[in-house]
Design a protein around this ligand. Structure first.
Ligand SMILES: [Zn+2]
Length: 177
């Protein structure tokens, strides 16, 4: 299956580069800076003038939406190279630092990471908390890496709230893989 079975809403964005040129071996979670529903998040990416998108959106109610097919390159992380190989996920968050996410969003993010890894035959999610180590690492065929937007642009994304919980997220995902 190309896309996650966990999606309950689909609104495809025109903002993408077509098929990926690199196999998926990264997941990049983002904070959308607003406690938005999946409909509202997808609406942010419907205009071609915005030149932004994501593969999946997780709304403040915990629902998961598809915005760009998983096998296509979204425009999300300010890095062509990262977006070619990463599944990008915009998550509803507060509008101010630390851009906190609620429990439903965090739980859905864990569920979605498990689903992506399982469908891509990855049984190990890795979070190094270190930009150069991560970007220089060659993942083994069974490994998936977490990367963060702040490594590629002068942004807080995914916010300190999620950044400080990526260890916990990784432990929870790996328990289920
Ligand atoms: Zn971001």
């Amino acid at each position: 299956m190309i896309n996650s079975k966990l999606i309950t809403y689909t609104k495809l964005s025109p903002n993408h580069s077509g098929m990926r040129t690199h196999a998926i071996d990264r997941i990049t979670p983002h904070c959308v800076v607003g406690q938005l529903t999946v409909e509202q998040i997808c609406d942010c990416f419907k205009s071609t003038e915005r030149k932004a998108s994501c593969n999946y959106a997780i709304g403040t109610e915990g629902r998961i939406a598809l915005c760009v097919d998983e096998n296509k390159r979204s425009w999300c992380s300010s890095s062509r190279e990262n977006d070619q190989r990463a599944v990008t996920i915009e998550c509803a968050s507060d509008t101010k630092t630390p851009y906190a996410m609620n429990d439903k969003v965090f739980k859905s993010l864990i569920d979605l990471c498990v689903d992506i890894c399982q469908r891509r035959n990855k049984n190990k999610l890795l979070w190094f908390k270190d930009k150069s180590k991560t970007l220089n690492y060659q993942p083994k065929p069974n490994e998936m890496l977490i990367t963060v937007h702040r490594w590629f642009a002068n942004k807080a994304c995914p916010g300190d709230w999620l950044y400080e919980r990526l260890d916990e997220l990784t432990v929870e995902v790996n328990k289920r893989l």
